[in-house]
Design a protein around this ligand. Sequence first.
Ligand SMILES: C[S@@+](CC[C@H](N)C(=O)[O-])C[C@H]1O[C@@H](n2cnc3c(N)ncnc32)[C@H](O)[C@@H]1O
Length: 276
Amino acid sequence: MTSRKKSSYIKATEFLIQIKAILGKSLEHEALWIFQQVLGKNDISDLSLNQTQIRRIEAIVEKRLGGKPLQLLLGQYPFRKINLKTQRGVFIPRMETEMMIDLIPNDLPSNIILDLCCGSGPIGLSIKKEKEDLVVILLDISKKAIKLAQRNARMNNISIDIIRGNGLSCFKDNSFSAILCNPPYIPISDKCNLPDEVRYYDPNLSLFSGKDGLDFIKTIATISFTKLKNKGFLCYEHGDNQAEKCRNILNMNGFIQITSYKDMAERDRFTSCRKP
Ligand SMILES: C[S@@+](CC[C@H](N)C(=O)[O-])C[C@H]1O[C@@H](n2cnc3c(N)ncnc32)[C@H](O)[C@@H]1O
């Protein structure tokens, strides 16, 4: 990739500039993360790289330019205060989802929370790590996701219930004070328009939900109403063009205090509400 003498060391900061240029505008923000993971240090400013480290970085960059998501290449992903293992066949956690945890209100009717569609566990495991007094349950339909979430719980020293199930049907009414959910919400017709790293690396089950992408959200809005305690809180992540439709669905199901929130890129990506 670059021409260097075999024996040479190179300053990490100098090599970082080269790697950013190779990655190009759309991916240069990932360069520092690659260095931090390969060197095992957050502050790389005083470090030099040996040949093995240089070759490792170059190999990662080459595969990244070939379209493989960095989270899979590095095998892990930092999410708020935890580290998550990633695995092909399980949805890769995204940075924007981190914000959902800050939306949980302090005045919940009890301390039992459900992370519905938990995937590898970013939402539920983060809640438990940051608010130990809450009882958090994680649920997903995918066997692979459940296994990975359990592994991530062990890796982060979190003791928690992680169960396999289809939606909310296995729970009694009035079970939860909050349900948080990053569901599948992409219209099936959008499949061809998705970036390759989503289309080829995230499982279909985690992405698509009917013609308008709202099938899962509609079903869960109805069932959540009965599974939540009075004054319970529900929050969905959704596509940036789905906020208004989500608010209407929640309104039709009897929820109140319906509010949408923007992500860091100023796109409407979350909608929350309360059961009266
Ligand atoms: C967009 S991913 C979100 C994963 C994780 N919460 C995250 O943010 O990284 C959606 C998840 O929903 C799960 N899922 C799809 N249909 C489901 C169902 N009927 N019941 C439970 N989980 C489901 C998928 O297996 C996938 O892990």
